[in-house]
Design a protein around this ligand. Structure first.
Ligand code: COI
Length: 357
């Protein structure tokens, strides 16, 4: 049955400028899941000897109810993107950085790290197998979601006896409603924290994300786009937003929370810091107080999914502070243009960030 469904999907492919693309209404693309043709799967036992995996039809996977990832959350994920360039080539952005973070995360969660060459080969294979799903130039990107999960069965607390490395993909466009550069309204959370010192805040482990939902859903009900978390120790310093890092601009100085173990070491964060320094800004990685945010010229967030998104307002204890009259600030706009220009092949990649597929 599955094979037949696949044939039907294939049968719906439309030819457009010699590229075969599935019939997706690209103008309606947001950040929802669009299932694609195939996914990549590799497996390994606790001895850590990964074998090169292969491409399978996209679909459900079967695991034991006693899989470590289901019971104890032994799992991590990554987020990365592939883009179609004006020359109709397909490129990825800094895949080596994702490979590195994935291996570090595996170590933190006591899982056998996927070697860099297997990781990068897997990313290329899954993109190639789904290249028709990379959106047309400038529309969005193909989001790539690598997972490393303890799939082996275990009852007592301990590392799983076996692991699955899986990558699935989905074409995506803007993460937040309202469009990519539409400013977001944030509320400061003081009662719940995202991460604590010594915890796993800097690891992309599966358990880091669902605890934010309780606060995020309430904020959305109140009309906010998302939540800013403060540090768990003093409840005073900015940590990050649920799915992205945070930046504050004052004149030619940009400040962003330092990587001290409780926030995600974003690859977009790292790239934006470098691009801003190239453009003559002083970028400080340090503690960023809430008071600084409320007196900033502009603020923006960064992440693979969100890219660079301007902050329109921050509400704290019922008081709303609006930035740039609720419009995108000049610094955020410039950094967005630089980053996406390189990612989408419109600007020369002088840094070796782009990898052809
Ligand atoms: C990403 O930005 O790629 C992430 O993994 C964040 C996720 C919550 C969408």
């Amino acid at each position: 049955r599955r094979r037949r469904e696949k044939r039907i999907t294939r049968g719906n492919l439309a030819v457009n400028n010699a590229i075969t693309r599935p019939e997706i209404d690209w103008s309606k693309l947001g950040f929802g899941l669009t299932e694609t043709e195939s996914m990549y799967i590799a497996e390994c036992t606790i001895d850590g000897q990964w074998k090169v995996g292969s491409i399978h039809p996209y679909g459900n996977i079967s695991v034991s109810p006693s899989a470590a990832v289901l019971n104890y959350g032994q799992g991590i994920f990554e987020g990365m993107k592939a883009f179609r360039t004006p020359e109709d080539e397909i490129v990825t952005f800094r895949p080596d950085e994702n490979a590195k973070r994935f291996a570090e995360g595996a170590g933190r969660m006591s899982m056998p790290p996927v070697p860099k060459d297997i990781f990068e080969d897997a990313v290329k294979k899954v993109i190639s197998a789904n290249r028709d799903y990379v959106p047309p130039v400038g529309v969005g990107s193909l989001y790539i979601r690598p997972l490393l999960i303890g799939t082996g069965a275990i009852l007592g607390l301990g590392p799983a006896p076996s692991y699955t490395f899986l990558i699935y993909v989905s074409p995506v466009a803007s993460y937040f409603k309202g469009g990519q550069l539409s400013p977001i309204d944030l509320i400061v959370e003081e009662d719940y924290h995202r991460a604590a010192p010594g915890g796993t805040g800097s690891t992309k482990c599966v358990g880091n994300y669902s605890p934010v939902l309780k606060v995020q859903l309430q904020a959305k009900k109140e009309g906010f786009s998302d939540v800013i978390y403060l540090d768990a120790k003093e409840n005073k310093y900015i940590e990050e937003v649920s799915s992205c890092n945070f930046f504050v601009v004052k004149g030619k100085t940009i400040a962003t929370p330092a990587l001290e173990g409780t926030i995600l070491p974003g690859i977009t964060r790292k790239s934006i810091i470098e691009l801003a320094r190239d453009k003559g800004y002083t970028v400080e990685e340090r503690k960023v107080g809430l008071d600084e945010v409320l007196s900033a010229d502009e603020c923006f967030c960064t992440g693979t999914a969100v890219v660079v998104v301007p902050v329109g307002s921050v509400t704290h204890r019922g008081k709303k502070t609006v930035f740039c009259d609720g419009k995108i600030g000049a610094t955020g706009q410039m950094l967005y243009d630089e980053l996406t220009g390189i990612q989408q092949g419109r600007l020369k990649d002088t840094k070796g960030w782009i990898e052809h597929v």
